[in-house]
Design a protein around this ligand. Structure first.
Ligand SMILES: [Ca+2]
Length: 152
């Protein structure tokens, strides 16, 4: 049973500051990122939800993520960078580049090769995305490495 709770921590001390009720429309809490204005949350569906950080129990809007010829589902870890949302698809070695205005997938990054080298069990999926300057940092569950990827 999901508790439907969000937790707010101080980023320096990692002290728990407060809790809030997760919006009811979100099935589960999966990924979370911040675009400088809103929190953006995934719940394992094809939807991304925009929350007001001052009132995170309320959904401001949501977008459905899709490519021009392909549907996506089970959006997981999220990272916002330079005007786009990056998301991985659960149990797939790909990262999507998403236009936050309409949910359109404008690019995909295929990490099949590095996922293969790091996946021992079925849970060892790619699920970590961050940025260091303009380079993408990619890792996964139980992976011994973090990859720094130059994007062209
Ligand atoms: Ca991240």
């Amino acid at each position: 049973m999901a508790e439907q709770k969000g937790y707010i921590y101080d980023k320096n001390s990692l002290k728990l500051l407060s809790e809030f009720a997760y919006p009811n429309v979100l099935g589960e809490g999966w990924g979370l990122t911040y675009d400088g204005k809103n929190l953006i949350a995934s719940d394992g569906s094809k939807l991304l939800y925009f929350l007001d950080p001052k009132e995170p129990s309320k959904v401001i809007k949501y977008i459905a993520v899709a490519g021009s010829t392909q549907a996506y589902d089970q959006l997981n870890e999220l990272e916002y960078h330079n005007g786009f949302i990056y998301a991985n698809v659960w149990q797939k070695p790909i990262i999507l580049k998403i236009n936050p205005a309409n949910g359109e997938v404008v690019g995909t990054f295929d990490f099949t090769e590095i996922a293969k080298q790091n996946t021992k069990g079925s849970d060892d999926v790619l699920n970590g995305i961050a940025f260091k300057g303009e380079n993408m940092l990619v890792t996964g569950k139980n992976w011994p490495k973090i990859y720094e990827v130059q994007i062209k």
